[in-house]
Design a protein around this ligand. Sequence first.
Ligand code: SF4
Length: 469
Amino acid sequence: MLAEIKGLNEECGIFGVWGHQDAAQLTYYGLHSLQHRGQEGTGIVVSDGKQLKGVKGEGLVTEIFNADRIAELTGTAAIGHVRYATAGGGGYENVQPLLFHSQTGSLALAHNGNLVNATSLKHQLETQGSIFQTSSDSEVLAHLIRRSGFPHMNDKVKNALSMLKGAYAYLIMTETELMVALDPHGLRPLSLGCLGDAYVVASETCAFDVVGAEYIRDIMPGELLIINENGLTSERFAVSTTKAICMMEYIYFSRPDSNIQGINVHTARKSLGKRMAIEAPIEADVVTGVPDSSISAAIGYAEESGIPYEMGLIKNKYVGRTFIQPSQTLREQGVKMKLSAVRGVVEGKRVVMVDDSIVRGTTSRRIVKMLKEAGATEVHVVISSPPIKNPCFYGIDTSSKEELIASDKSVEEIRQIIGADSLTFISTDGMLKALGQVDGTDGFCLGCFTGNYPTEIYPDTLQYYYQKG
Ligand code: SF4
């Protein structure tokens, strides 16, 4: 679905390069391919081996950077960030990478994810004299590194990381090193690639294809990669790690041409759609998917059921950022701007409409109405995720629990609200099987579906999420 109108938003994408003379330009292309992960702010910091220099701003990658600005960013290492602002709010100061200068050198940070103990760490650090530049949780790491008593940078960083709880994929750059860290559950995707002798790191592998890099491997939970003039070394900063990658990365957030933990996102979605055709067999004339993220699942449903796939809904790709606004009114107007039903396809037909998730239900209701107004005789809604009943604490803005329609409504109640002829969600078990998980839930975070989160959730975090609705 369309992230900005659905109320389910990714918070960030990160990209880094080490050892390439066009580091800033490659980062620009990498960030452009990660734009779906955040549209509110972006930045690039480069290192020429002696100093760090950055450009950032509120807007899309193509709005903030032009050829002149990129040309100013000379250096052979770079880190970049695209941001969707929720935790800590928006504003220029929260746009990343964050850049810090001190007498002992400079440090730049780019973070994807959300820390669940940021408030208590921040309180502790402020009591000890730290002054924060931003209201973002990401900055906590810089202060912890700075205050660490260890003499060497690697140990300072490992010590600081070990105090963080929650989801974090971090790129940390000094004048002479690029460090890459992933939380002990590996909640967010992060991959390593190479381009000749240079190393590249990205939230999604689609960024490697764009810059012509070769995929090497995914970063492991609890791993700290250190890249400098001596090459690449891998260290661990967490003794106990349990992989729990965000299931929604497969279902909705990541681009279909990305691979996460060896699984291609399009293939995963198609497999979820096939599973739905088994769990929810429906007598219908056409299958259609809500563009863009549900098309793969719709193709899977069509293939398994034998019902033809048709393009019953069209997305207008030329709607500007003006309509990417967090208010409910504008979100609702945005639906009309961005989606149209294809009368010639759906008129007089029984339609299976495949979508990836239902958050508030308002968007689903409008799309069902749109299909019926275009002449569909029946609209059967098939959802390729289980009901989202709980908020996410790890960097996905799923709204507060009160706003999640499935938190207190049955499937039948939701069906009536969205006006569908039938409504089926994939089962949790079916979803795991579709992703090749034959036994148990190991390897995935399912917190927003089941309420079982891979980390402890701190009281200050709970308070924030239950207040923000
Ligand atoms: S709670 Fe849901 S959205 Fe958040 S990380 Fe877990 S699976 Fe992803």
